[in-house]
Each structure stands twice: as C-alpha cells, then as structure tokens.
Write a protein of this length. Structure first.
Lengths: 316, 278
C-alpha cells in the first residue's frame, strides 16, 4: 500500500473551503462555535464577511443557511456530525431536502476514533439518518486529499450534500491529482476471493486487512466507496460478481449505514453472503482511538477475520 | 397616519373576500386550518395589497420583497391571497389538497408560484427569513423580508435561537409578525405552554416590539411602517388577533384550528362574514 503522509480528513475540508472562498464568491460558511476544531476558522480568517458563527444553535444555523441558499449563496454548514445531523435533522429534512436547497453540510468528528470525548461526541448515526433523506448526497472521503476534492465537488453540484469527516490524523491514500467523482467508487485492489468495501478512513484498514489476507493466500478486492448516496451500484455488483462474498467496513452503526446501503443493492440485484464491520448497535465510549478500534471490532484483524468467515459462508 | 377612507375600504373588502374564499376552499377540500387562516388574513392583506413590492406575473423577480409564512399551516390563506393576486389561475385552488394537486396543506415553494420557501415544520421559517435577509444584505439589495409566525409556534425552541440571532446579526431588513391569536390545537397558549410576558421576552432578546390590533388596518399599517423604519434593532409586531376571525361561531374556539365544513356550516360561515361586513 502506498501512503503519502497523514492528516485528519477535516483538514481537507478546511483547505477545500479556503479554495472555494478564492474561486467562488457565492460560497459562505457557517459554524456552531466549533470553528477551530472543524477548521472553518481558516475560511473565517480569510473571508470574515462570508463567515457566520451561529453559536450553539444548530437548528437556526441550518435555517439561516437555507435562507441564504435561496438567495443564490452556497452555504457550507459545519459542526460536529452528531450535532448537525441530530439536533438539526428536522431542518435538514423539511427545509433543506424537501425543497432541494443548495446547502452543504459538513459533519466533523465521525466515528469512535474521536476518542476521549466519548459517546456524546462520536457521530455514529449520520450516514443512516442523512442517506434516508430524498435529494441528499452523502460523501465519506477516505483521506484529507479526498476530503478536499469532495468539498470542491459538493460546491459544484446543485442540491444538499452531507460530508463526513474524522477528527484524527489518518494516512493519505490518494494523491492531490487523483480523480474524484461523486458517485464513482474507486478500486484499490482487484481480487477474486473476497470483497472488502470500505468508506471513510476504513479504506486504510481494509487495505491493511487485504495485505494480511494476501499473506495467507487470500486475494481481496478493495473498493473505496466515498459516495454512500447515490451509491455506485455497478462497482458493488462487480465485486459481488467476482468475489461472491464481501465485507463492508464503516466506522458507524451497521444498522442502516453504509453496510445497509450495500446490502440494499445486493438484495435487489445479486445477493451474496455479507459481513458487516462497524459499530454493532451500541454507543461509543471514551478512550484512545486505536484502542477503541479494537474494542469496537473495527481494526484490520477484525476485517480479515470477517473476510474468512464470509468466505466460508460462500463455500470457499 | 390614518388610512384614507377609500384605502381602508379597499383593504377591508379585500380581507372579507379572502376570508370568503378560505371558507369556500375549506368546504371543497374537506378540511383545512381555517381558524389560523382567518386570524392572519388582515395582516396578510396589508402586506400583499399595500406594502410588498411584488409582481405576480414575475414570481421570481430578483428584487421582490419576500414573505415567509413560518406558521405553514396557514397555507390555505396564503394560497388564496396568491391566487387572488394572479400568481396562478385561482380556479386551480378548487384542487387544494387533492391528490396530485400542486397545493398541499402546507405550501411547497417548488410547486406554488409566489411561495418563497416551503414551511410546515414550526420554527423553521423564521430562520429561513433571517438567512434571506442576511443574503440580501450581502448582495447589497434593498428589498425586504417579511415573516409571520404563529403564537403557538413560539413554543418551539428554534424560534428563540432565531430570536437571538436576528439582533446579533443586526437584521433590520426584515419585519417579523406574530399572529397572536391565543390558541394552539389543544387549548389556549397560556394553558398549554405559557408565552406571557411575551413582549418582555422579545425585548429581552433585543427586539423593538410593536403591539397592535391585528384586525385594525390603521394599526396594522402604522405598525408595519414603524417596524420597517427600525434601523438599530429588528422589529417584531405582536398582532393581537382572534382565531377564526369574522366567522362568529368559529371565533376563539379551538375546535376550528383544523376543521371541515358541510353545506350548512359553510353557508352559516358565509352569512356571518357578510353580516360582519355591514
């Protein structure tokens, strides 16, 4: 696996916003008293008249952003994922998505890897509650470079977009010049024995698992599914056709999340045995990110074990 | 300044006509939020037929004034006003709330010309209006945003997030109106979740508060002028209204928040409106 350094995905978002500030005068940014942590402060410092701190009032923040989008602005509304998707869900549903408004929503601090802040601050449900909304696009980039490109691509498209970021530094798996297209999954390894479909920085852990499996003679197909909605059905079906079994990997509740989205595609078009790596219907907790990864069964070793298990189920 | 007699007569007649049409649509569609639609009517007539700079033939006109009905359940009354102004063929209102019709109970801005934002979940429209007003300011535009809230709506938390934000961002290119008809669905606002002292609450949040009789066009027009002239702080009009206004058997009765009408009750309602106009 080729790694090009490490950086939190939220940094890619912050850098993307600064770039958008330079190239698109319609872009405005909102935050809810977390500008330093979410990195929107970089935009705020350069474009102070286009930045709005809404205070700890997420519902009003979403509504104001909706109003501004009706004026032709492209608002990027930002705070921790757990707050923006939960506290303001009603505004996202009935004001933003119902009218298909051009509001972009950045949710930082996705997953248990948030670490010490614990369950209250670890967003584990946003993929589910965002992807259920009509008109919504859901992006979950694998590294900071991809996060940067996802941010720019979100501004390019019309309609609501949810972008999911993490807190911790994670390896850079992509280069700045690599292509990024909303809705188009990226193949990292082609294999024939088992598919590992991952989103967010779980792509890295899936690649680690693939390397470990290779040593045992198992060839894994690794797909980076950075767009959870609209999901790349053809890419998923290709993995299912080649491998006949697969594992989904997400740092999120498995209920209704990324794995659920993949299962919906397969159940409809090509059912194959699946295993779901993710948070298994429980809340997060405080701790060190790498230790929590073990506690919650998200690490490469868990992915590899699930891969072997699902291969058995597929008669391999 | 008092309205001249002809102007007063024009607004009053328009309000009566709008109320009649609300009654008729409530009859044809099988049920609507008639009580609040009737309480808001005089305020909406003053806005749409006197104050707002709009062109019904050009609903997307960039420099038009905006109106957000944050109390989205008043949509039946809003639709009647828009139809009367010619935003669409008012005959199509016969389809109000029918399957496949563009007119749902809570108006959809993607389907109904003249609706500046979809509302229906209470507490949303107010924040949308603030965003619009700040958006106008960013663009250096002079047009104005008007937003109307229900009093029951004020029980919703996001309203007070917005009430905090508008003075903070010095949003004075927006006029806020509260349709203070004193009734929620389950009972009086003061029994369900008390709002008083309401004036003091808004003042404490940094608003200029104008209290007036929401059925007296002289007071309404003076109040809107006063609110629009406020340059240091945003202004809110607390308009004291009567739920079901104009239809004697509906007035101040919570059961007419949402209801249908049969031939007998419709005719009684129309009779009552006619009597009141004399």
């Amino acid at each position: 696996m080729q790694i090009y350094g490490e950086k939190p995905t939220r940094f890619g978002y912050g850098e993307g916003l600064v770039k958008l500030g330079e190239i698109n005068p319609n872009v405005v940014v909102f935050d809810a008293d977390l500008a330093k942590s979410t990195t929107t402060i970089w935009f705020a410092e350069k474009f102070p008249t286009r930045f709005f701190d809404a205070g700890i009032a997420e519902q009003n923040m979403l509504g104001m952003a909706a109003g501004m989008s009706l004026m032709g602005k492209i608002p990027f509304v930002t705070t921790y994922g757990v707050f923006v998707s939960g506290r303001a869900w009603d505004q996202i549903r009935t004001t933003v998505c119902y009218s298909n408004l051009n509001v972009k929503i950045g949710g930082a601090h996705g997953g248990v890897s948030v670490g010490p802040d614990g369950a209250t601050h670890q967003a584990l449900e946003e993929i589910t509650i965002m992807r259920v909304l009509p008109n919504m696009t859901v992006l979950s980039p694998c590294d900071a470079n991809e996060a940067y490109k996802a941010t720019l691509a979100a501004a390019e498209m019309r309609g609501p977009v949810y972008l999911r970021f993490g807190r911790e530094k994670v390896p850079l798996l992509t280069k700045p010049e690599d292509p990024f297209e909303i809705g188009k999954a990226v193949v990292y390894r082609r294999g024939a024995d088992v598919g590992l479909l991952a989103t967010g920085h779980m792509v890295y852990h899936a690649l680690l698992a693939a390397e470990a499996l290779e040593k045992e003679g198992v060839s894994a197909y690794v797909l980076n599914v950075h767009t959870i909605k609209p999901i790349d059905e053809e890419a998923i079906l290709d993995v299912a056709a080649k491998c006949k079994c697969l594992v989904t990997c997400e740092e999120h509740q498995v209920t209704g999340g990324f794995g659920g989205a993949v299962a919906e595609v397969l159940a409809k078009r090509r059912p194959v045995p699946m295993r779901f790596i993710g948070v298994q219907d429980r809340f997060g907790e405080s701790g060190k990110p790498d230790e929590l990864f073990e506690v919650f069964g998200l690490s490469a070793a868990h992915i590899a074990a699930a891969a072997k298990d699902v291969m058995k189920a597929a008669g391999k | 300044m008092a309205l001249d007699a002809a102007e007063l007569k024009r607004l009053k007649q328009k309000a009566r006509q709008i109320r009649e049409e609300i009654v008729k649509i409530t009859y044809t569609c099988g049920g609507a939020h008639i009580g609040g639609a009737l309480s808001q009517t005089d305020l909406m007539v003053a806005l749409y037929y006197k104050f707002m700079n709009i062109d019904p033939k050009k609903p997307e006109l960039a420099n038009r004034d905006r109106f957000i009905l944050s109390k989205g359940h008043g949509g039946v009354g809003h639709a009647v006003v828009l139809g009367d102004l010619g935003y669409f063929d008012k005959e199509t209102l016969k389809e109000f709330n029918k399957t496949g019709s563009p007119f749902g109970m809570h108006l959809d801005c993607l389907k109904v010309p003249g609706v500046d934002a979809s509302t229906g979940s209470l507490g949303h429209g107010f924040s949308i209006a603030i965003g619009m007003a700040i958006g106008a300011r960013l663009q250096g535009k002079k047009w104005r945003t008007y937003v109307m809230l229900g009093d029951g709506e004020l029980q919703a938390g996001p309203v007070w997030e917005s009430a905090m934000a508008a003075p903070h961002f010095k949003v004075t290119n927006m006029t806020t109106i509260v349709d203070r008809n004193m009734l929620c669905i389950d009972g009086s606002t003061e029994e369900i979740m008390a709002l008083e002292p309401l004036k003091a609450k808004w003042e404490a949040f940094g608003w200029k508060v104008i209290e007036l009789d929401g059925h007296d066009f002289n007071e309404i027009c003076d109040g809107i002028e006063l609110a629009n002239a406020s340059k240091d702080q945003p202004a809110v009009i607390i308009a004291k209204t009567v739920k079901g206004k104009g239809v004697d058997f509906m007035e101040c009765d919570k059961k007419w928040h949402y209801a249908g009408l049969d031939d007998v009750t419709m005719n009684k309602a129309l009779e009552s409106l006619k009597k009141g106009a004399k």
